[in-house]
Write a protein that binds this ligand. Structure first.
Ligand code: CP
Length: 319
C-alpha cells in the first residue's frame, strides 16, 4: 500500500514529487507559474541559471525513456547542476545489489536529488522514505501508478493553449488501465478545476470503478468526443499487459484510433496531445499526429521548463 502524501513536509511544502494525487492546488499552480518563468530562460541564447550550482542530481532509470530522462538532464544542466546518469545495465544491480543499497552508495557520493523511473509501483516512494531530510526524490514514472511530471507538463501545455481550466472538457483516450500518465493527469486536472474529464476506452482497458476518480466514462469516440476541447491520447501499453485485452491493433485503430474523421467530432479548435512514445496507426493516425491541431512536440519542449520548476522548488526547500 502506497501512503498518500509522504511528499509534503510538515508545513505542507513539497519535499519530494511522487504523485499528483493529493497535491494542493497551490503547489500545482506554484509549479506551473515557476515553469512559466523558465520558458523565458529556455528561449534565451544563454539558457543557464545558477539556481542548482553545486548540486548533484542522479538519474536512475530502471525502465527505458527518451523524453523524460533527456529533458530531466537538460533541465538540471540549465539549472547549473551536476547530472549523473546511472547506467543501470552495467551497474551493480546486475550483481544483486538492492535498490536501497544502490541509493545509499550514491548518497555517499553526495547525491542531492534522485530522478527515479521503475517498473514497480512505489519504487520512488520507497526511496523517498529511506533518504535523509534534504535529499529529494522525483518520480519519473513507477509501474502503473504515477508519472507526475508528465501530468504537470500536460497541464502546463493545456494552460498555454486554452488559458483557463474552469471551462474545459477534456478526454483521455486509450489504455487507461495500464497508464500511470492517465492517473496523474486525472488527479491534476480535477484538482485544477477542470469541470469535465472524460475517459474513452473499451471496457477491457478501463480500471474497475474508474468513475470514482471523478471522470465520465465513454466507450465510443462519437459520443465521447462531442464538445471536447482537449484530446489526450494514450498508447496501448503492451509491456504491462498480461493476456489479450483486444482482438488486434487493427481492430483497436478502427474504433479508437484518432483519425481526421474522428477528430472532427470534437470542437473545431480542439488540441491533440500525446505523452509519447506514439504508435502511429494504432492509437493515432499520422495525419493527426503531424497535423496543425497536434501539440505533441510543444509538450516535450514545455517539459524542460516544468522539470526545471520542480527541481528548483525542491532544492529551495528548507531542510
Ligand atoms: N512520456 C514519457 O514518459 O516518455 P518516455 O518514456 O520517452 O520518457
Amino acid at each position: 500500500m502506497i501512503s498518500k502524501n509522504p511528499q509534503l513536509g510538515k508545513n505542507r511544502e513539497l519535499q519530494h514529487l511522487l504523485t499528483t494525487e493529493g497535491l494542493p492546488t497551490s503547489i500545482l499552480l506554484q509549479i506551473l507559474d515557476t515553469a512559466q518563468t523558465f520558458v523565458g530562460v529556455t528561449e534565451r541564447e544563454v539558457k543557464k541559471v545558477p539556481l542548482l550550482r553545486g548540486k548533484s542530481i542522479f538519474n536512475l532509470f530502471f525502465e527505458h525513456s527518451t523524453r523524460t530522462r533527456t529533458t530531466f538532464e537538460i533541465a538540471a544542466k540549465r539549472l547549473s547542476a551536476d547530472v549523473f546518469n546511472l547506467n543501470i545495465a552495467v551497474s551493480a544491480q546486475s550483481k544483486g545489489e538492492t535498490l536501497l543499497d544502490t541509493v545509499d552508495n550514491l548518497v555517499a557520493m553526495d547525491a542531492d536529488m534522485f530522478i527515479v523511473r521503475h517498473s514497480q509501483s512505489g519504487a520512488a516512494h520507497l526511496i523517498a522514505k529511506h533518504v535523509r531530510p534534504g535529499i529529494h526524490v522525483i518520480n519519473a514514472g513507477d509501474g502503473r501508478h504515477a508519472h507526475p511530471t508528465q501530468a504537470l507538463l500536460d497541464v502546463f501545455t493545456i494552460r498555454h493553449y486554452k488559458k483557463e481550466f474552469h471551462n474545459l472538457r477534456i478526454a483521455i483516450i486509450g489504455d487507461i488501465l495500464h497508464s500511470r500518465v492517465a492517473r496523474s493527469q486525472i488527479h491534476a486536472l480535477t484538482t485544477l478545476g477542470v469541470p469535465e474529464v472524460r475517459v474513452i476506452a473499451p471496457k477491457t482497458l478501463l480500471p474497475s470503478k474508474v468513475e470514482r476518480l471523478g471522470v465520465r466514462v465513454f466507450h465510443d469516440m462519437k459520443s465521447g468526443l462531442k464538445d471536447v476541447d482537449v484530446l489526450m491520447m494514450l498508447r496501448l501499453q503492451k509491456e504491462r499487459m498480461q493476456g489479450a485485452y483486444l482482438p488486434s491493433s487493427e481492430e483497436y485503430f478502427k474504433y479508437y484510433g484518432l483519425t481526421p474523421e474522428k477528430l472532427s467530432m470534437a470542437k473545431q479548435d480542439a488540441i491533440v496531445m500525446h505523452p509519447g512514445p506514439m504508435n502511429r496507426g494504432v492509437e493515432i493516425d499520422s495525419a493527426v499526429a503531424d497535423g496543425s491541431r497536434a501539440v505533441i512536440l510543444p509538450q516535450v519542449t514545455f517539459g524542460i521548463a516544468v522539470r526545471m520548476a520542480v527541481m528548483s522548488i525542491l532544492a529551495g526547500q528548507p531542510v
